[in-house]
Design a protein around this ligand. Sequence first.
Ligand code: TEU
Ligand code: CA
Length: 560
Amino acid sequence: MTQTPWWKKSVVYQIYPRSFNDSNGDGIGDIPGMIQKLDYIKELGIDVIWLSPVYDSPNDDNGYDIRDYQAIMDEFGTMEDFDLLLQQIHERGMKLVMDLVVNHTSDEHEWFIESRSSAKSPKRDYYIWKKGIDGREPTNWASNFGGSAWEYDENTEEYYLHLFSKKQPDLNWENPLLREDIYEMMKWWLDKGVDGFRMDVINFISKDQRYPDGEVKPGNKYASGSSYFRNGPRIHEFLQEMYTKVLSHYDTMTVGEMPGVGVEEGKLYTAEERKELNMVFHFEHMGLGDGEHGKWSALSWKLTDLKRIMTKWQKGLDQKGWNSLYWNNHDQPRVVSRFGNDNEKFREKSAKMLATCLHGMKGTPYVYQGEEIGMTNVAFPTIEDYEDIETLNWYKEQKEKGIEEAEMMRAIYARGRDNARTPMQWNDSKHAGFTTGVPWLQVNPNYKRINVTNSLNDPHSVFYYYKSLIELRKKDETIVHGSYHLLLPDDEDVYAYTRTYKDDMLLIVCNFSSSVQTRSFSELGERKVDRILSNEDSKQTYSLENVELSPYEAFIYRLT
Ligand code: TEU
Ligand code: CA
């Protein structure tokens, strides 16, 4: 048997740099601030740090609009600071994965400035330029951040494509010169010693060259063009080329962020023999509660749907690919508020339950900064308190349609991206110890209760529970390799599954409800039960019959 690659045994910690730790009082998190907290991350037991973009950027989309791939954003520090960060991470036995944003650049990137300067520019084809049709956009596609996905340029009388903001023009991957430039840039970072990439919307890079219109839904001006650029015609070819030309020469970890990817495509992207990526982020569980207005519908969700989705991926990729496991990131609400219960009575208990449920599964788990202390969503009083471009654009559009203020704010509270972006809560001093100045986005007012200092001082905190789960993955082969089997598929309150490897079996049970539940697991037969981890006090004896679960109780049993 071949040796297990390091990324299959790793737990990843995501840093959103702007909100992590500010070292110089300008209100913006920075690289020296991260260096100060590496021991904290190490203490949690983390193997790999994924950094959201730290490249030079005008920050239309907080760094996901890159002006220079080989320079560090001024507010975050210098390339020397970065080199020191990398060295300090490696010194602690951890690895660093960078964000690779190559579906688009900033409109201030030198390629785009050159590209837009003239229709004959040698860089013209680095981006996607088209003539209008009958005086309107080349297609009716909507941008992810509102309005048309095309922007008219008076200078050359053509439109350029931007699937995100108009300051994020899409790159033209059909152009082999562009691809070579991207590969060179990737090699430059890998030669510096970085250990891999999280690839932003990487399944969007190949567009259907016919550029067809999408179907406009009633009441909308623009259509989703997603079927013409998600998992597009040349995507696998491009990723295989990237693998051959770049990744195969290094020992890396790669994860493709892929909105709209299904499990069948997930297999194609992650099957080892296909030489594309190690794993993908799918969004199916993030779409729970989506409705007519996409995520902004913020409907209620059902545990059976969550189980169905997670199980589909657990089973689908078993032996055939590899899963990434995540509950939230910088684009999603905080998981304790979304799938748990952020009422103080149940916050810690349900945060631990959710951690058990996810970290018991097969794949590489990701922890988003603050998740490990049970940070929650935020509800700022007015739209002026918000910063995120997606949220602000959506609010503006809805307001123009005459939607009521309360309705808009309800959706923003539930699903807005700033929920995840309020500064990290380090302690109970002003601004949660994140900055000595004025934070770029206000801290969550609950920081006096919920902060790192409190967590480190309490042996029963969410932090130490995550630490135990991460430790378990280090020493338990079944957690890494075991195959997954769902129990109680129709249960709306309890999520239970087993993991089996060789003769060993683990039983993971999570009560997602705020009431007591009793369940039996007789189908597993007569077995000796050893409790290895739980968020509930220990009992005298453990059995598989009439197991009483307190609200949000979770446990992992070893069955022999
Ligand atoms: O996100 C991809 C993406 O599809 C997002 O628009 C996501 O669906 C949305 O935020 C959820 O509401 C990536 C990055 O993670 C995000 O921060 C960037 O804004 C986006 O790409 C463009 O680079
Ligand atoms: Ca700073």
